[in-house]
Design a protein around this ligand. Structure first.
Ligand code: SAH
Ligand code: SF4
Ligand code: F3S
Length: 485
């Protein structure tokens, strides 16, 4: 999206303003001057790459980083052979951290070939002291490190980095206010994520997110609606409202507003066709929410409802605040009211103290709910969380046995659910040309199922009617239905 500010007209001879976002506009202008100068010296444009790990929240943050880099004059590339590389990191499971360490090693050799190269790290992993220490000691070639709470300051930090020959580190323990109106560059022209809240107050005992993303903070509803209206004016037809626990939206705001109220407001935005949101915590999904979803013409028929475990003993130790029975009753209510709602979930296997009998309880829930898809994770011990201090950590052979058994059931039910759509006519948002077969368009149904159908690039971003002809496991081959047909 074109940003409204003319950065070339900002007077850099003056002091930087104190208030935000004006202060960051100033530093974008300053970074622009720097990029222009170096690029003139090298007689080529400066390139930058943003590599994202982790969830949708990080993906959205990366769009903000790219927005600032583009305004600063960098040419974006996908490869790490660039003048500036940022890793936007995740730390939810240890394998996410290991990936970053592995790739950083490779970046170091690229940096040896390009003396102008700058390496930056940000995101959730940087909020962890142990990770930060390790990078400070063993990855001394990194130029800039910042965290999740000060990402809005990226332009300012770019300028500090340009003037410094040492590693610049700026990590905040807590967030201050929410800074609005910074540039952002979307990955897709026709759909966009929107943060509606930041942080999490739930403290599930296995989870590091509340420690690295801070306390729950909701954005002002008017800022959210204004952003959505601007996106729609810029060609967006689908939004995904983002938060770690969207059902508790509004709780820390002065004015009385619930997530259901916010959804009603978003529904009114003219020109917007589809609304998605993520993630719903089962304990906070109200009857009012079910009614709003049922009555809505725009809310997609897909609900991601993380189960984590089907065993009451484990759910309690996880601090999830619901039982197996409550979860099943909630799903039943949703299915009663909205029969075509696809339900997906997240499940953890190997939480401390979990036995194969507990996994059987989880499998029982999967069989009853028949999830359209489930992301299954092996428990990863995160330093500082209550679960990491529990003594009864599970042996990896036991975890594997339970995990494999669960995965098979998950795949069977997902296949069974997918097959139900055979022959139906549904609307799909055409998202991209198929990578393997360029005569096919890849579209997404309201319930999040993927369909490939013969089509052309001019359809990308449009909502089209398709007949679901052939189910291939989890996705469909379809054909477009014309208005008259
Ligand atoms: N806020 C979301 C989840 C964010 S993390 C929610 O509560 O649903 C995404 C998923 O990662 C979680 O649902 C959980 O299944 C998984 N996860 C979180 N911490 C984990 C850990 N320590 N080990 C394994 N999986 C974990
Ligand atoms: Fe983590 Fe639980 Fe918060 Fe989700 S709700 S981010 S799993 S603490
Ligand atoms: Fe990972 Fe942070 Fe998201 S830890 S899952 S990127 S909130």
């Amino acid at each position: 999206m074109k940003h409204q500010i003319d950065f070339d007209r900002i007077d850099l001879k003056r002091e930087a303003p104190v208030e935000e976002p004006a202060r960051q506009y100033y530093f974008i202008a300053k970074a622009r001057e720097y990029v222009h100068k170096v690029s003139k010296e090298l007689a080529r444009p400066l390139t930058a790459a943003v590599i994202t790990f982790g969830c949708q929240m990080n993906a959205r943050d990366s769009e903000k980083l790219i927005g600032i880099l583009e305004q600063a004059g960098y040419q974006m590339t996908e490869t790490e052979q660039a003048d500036l590389v940022i890793y936007n990191t995740c730390t939810v499971r240890d394998n996410a951290n290991q990936k970053v360490y592995g790739r950083l090693g490779a970046l170091n050799s690229l940096k040896k070939q390009n003396p102008h190269m700058k390496i930056c790290l940000c995101g959730c992993m940087m909020q962890e002291e142990s990770a930060l220490d390790k990078i400070r000691k063993s990855y001394r070639f990194v130029d800039l490190i910042f965290g999740t709470h000060n990402i809005f300051k990226f332009a300012e930090l770019l300028c500090t980095m340009a003037e410094s020959d040492r590693m610049v580190i700026d990590i905040w323990k807590e967030a201050e206010g929410i800074v609005e109106d910074l540039p952002v560059e979307r990955k897709y022209a026709f759909k966009s994520g929107i943060n509606i809240m930041f942080g999490c107050n739930n403290f599930c005992s296995y989870c590091i997110v509340p420690y690295v993303r801070g306390k729950e903070r909701s954005r002002n509803p008017r800022d959210i609606i204004r952003e959505i209206e601007a996106l729609v004016a810029d060609g967006v037809v689908e939004v995904m409202l983002l938060g770690q626990n969207v059902n508790s939206y509004g709780k820390n705001l002065e004015e009385q507003i619930s997530f259901a109220d916010l959804l009603r407001e978003v529904e009114k935005v003219e020109g917007l066709e589809r609304i998605r949101f993520m993630t719903s915590h089962p304990k906070d999904l109200s009857e009012e929410m079910i009614q709003v979803m049922k009555e809505s013409k725009k809310i997609c028929r897909h609900l991601h409802l993380p189960l984590q475990s089907g065993s009451n003993r484990i759910l309690e130790a996880m601090n999830r605040c619901y039982t197996k029975e409550q979860y099943l009753a909630l799903v039943e209510r949703i299915r009663q009211e909205i029969p075509d709602m696809a339900i997906t979930t997240d499940i953890i296997v190997g939480f401390p103290g979990e036995t194969l009998e507990d996994v059987e309880e989880t499998i029982d829930v999967v069989k009853r709910v028949k999830y359209d898809n489930a992301f299954t994770f092996i428990y990863s011990k995160r330093t500082g969380t209550p679960a990491a201090a529990m003594e009864n950590q599970v042996a990896s052979e036991v975890v594997k046995e339970g995990f494999d058994k669960l995965l098979k059931v998950v795949q069977d039910t997902a296949r069974e659910r997918a097959a139900l759509l055979q022959g139906q006519v549904q609307t799909a948002l055409a998202e991209e040309m198929n990578e393997q077969d360029s005569t096919l368009v890849t579209g997404r149904l309201s319930n999040n199922t993927i369909v490939h159908f013969p089509g052309t690039p001019d359809q990308i971003g449009k909502i089209v009617s398709v007949r679901l002809k052939e189910c291939r496991g989890f996705y469909y081959i379809g054909e477009q239905i014309t208005e008259s047909g």
